[in-house]
Design a protein around this ligand. Structure first.
Ligand code: SAM
Length: 349
């Protein structure tokens, strides 16, 4: 059973009313595309590039980060993600952006922790209405008086930029970004295995910059392109890497901003979730993007969960590939000699 989309749950809660609070009346944090709302009904915040681009294509006002100078809204909504600390901080931010007497909504699947959020709000003495839906619910409350003390605590927790230790130094991370509280074990394995690199290198799905920091240890690396879809993660990477060789791209690898056949090496720990769903397609797109980005003599270094069948994709996209290490949970793969696009098609048949 597919999980409910928080944006569709939210639309349901308004019984199909396309503009429930008038033009620009509803602020939505972590907004997602939806045909249910009128084009000008929403002001959206979304830091994920693919979702941001989809909202933009719907003609919506969408910000990667809400500008500080926006006036208060008659109503605000939070679409939950899997990241508890981010959800809590977004709820506190939504309260702060709602006018006195306005309405606040929280929309999410049970698996996003909507029930525990409801409990926490009620424990704080807030009157919360809940509209249960299949596998999810929408909470609604009136924004009245001072912000609950709990909200200040949630904001502080999210703002206290977490620090992760790795490669003999500290990195800043942020609530909601991948592996915010520790170095990912797969990335740690790949970091240990990487040989000295040179020339133009790209880190696809660079996150807060752990693998990039490792890559920049090679003195012969001339430039490093970090491609990352999450705005907050890329901002952490920028804070973590002051090396002038690093170039930061807030981008979806499926809409690659870098030229073909331009890089000596690509390094990646591809995601295996596309938004809320487990997806092999997104990881496959990473490998195909790497093949396009590499020079004919270029090489891809990859770490993946052992269960993911990326070998078939490598076979299609590269002339040579091999497993070069790993452990029970992860495999390290190295691929060379990217096939030209036409040959990739023939290989697939
Ligand atoms: C498995 S994590 C690896 C992060 C980082 N390289 C590390 O080792 O800690 C995959 C990263 O890919 C990013 N990502 C997901 N979808 C993406 C896309 N379509 N384009 C670019 N990056 C994406 C995620 O935000 C996440 O930071």
């Amino acid at each position: 059973m597919a999980e409910p989309d928080p944006m569709e749950l939210l639309a349901d809660a308004f019984d199909g009313e396309p503009s429930p609070f008038g033009p620009r009346g509803l602020l939505v944090l972590r907004a997602r595309p939806s045909r249910a709302f009128a084009r000008d009904a929403l002001v959206c915040e979304q830091g994920s590039k693919p979702l941001h681009a989809a909202l933009d294509a719907e003609g919506r006002e969408v910000h990667a980060e809400l500008p500080a100078d926006l006036a208060e809204f008659p109503a605000a909504a939070v679409c939950l993600t899997r990241a508890r600390a981010e959800n809590r901080a977004n709820l506190a931010r939504a309260w702060a952006k709602t006018a006195e007497g306005g309405r606040l909504f929280v929309s999410g699947a049970k698996t996003d922790g909507i029930e525990s959020l409801q409990k926490a709000l009620r424990k704080e003495g807030l009157e919360v209405e809940a509209a249960p839906r299949r596998h999810g619910r929408v909470l609604s409350l009136v924004r009245q008086g001072e912000a609950p003390a709990l909200f200040a605590q949630w904001l502080e927790e999210a703002a206290a930029a977490p620090r992760v230790h790795g490669l003999g130094r500290d990195f800043v991370t942020a609530a909601g970004v991948f592996s915010w509280d520790k170095v990912d074990p797969g990335s740690a394995l790949l970091a240990e295995a990487l040989p000295p690199l040179k020339g133009a290198v790209a880190d696809l799905g660079a996150g807060w910059g752990f693998l990039s920091a490792r890559i920049l240890e090679s003195a012969d690396v001339a430039s490093l392109d970090l491609v990352e879809a999450e705005h907050a993660a890329l901002a952490c990477a920028q804070a973590n890497l002051s090396d002038p060789r690093a170039r930061f791209h807030w981008a979806d690898v499926r809409a690659m901003p870098l030229p073909r056949a331009s890089h000596e090496t690509v390094v990646a720990n591809p995601p295996f979730h596309d938004g809320r769903e487990v997806s092999l397609a997104l990881g496959t797109a990473f490998l195909e993007a790497a093949a396009r980005l590499l020079k004919p003599s270029g090489r891809l270094w990859l770490v993946a969960n052992r269960t993911l069948p990326y070998e078939k994709v490598l076979e299609r996209a590269f002339v040579e590939w091999s497993e070069v290490g790993g452990d029970g949970a992860y495999k390290l793969l190295c691929a060379a000699r990217p096939r030209p696009p036409a040959a990739r098609g023939r290989q697939a048949r």
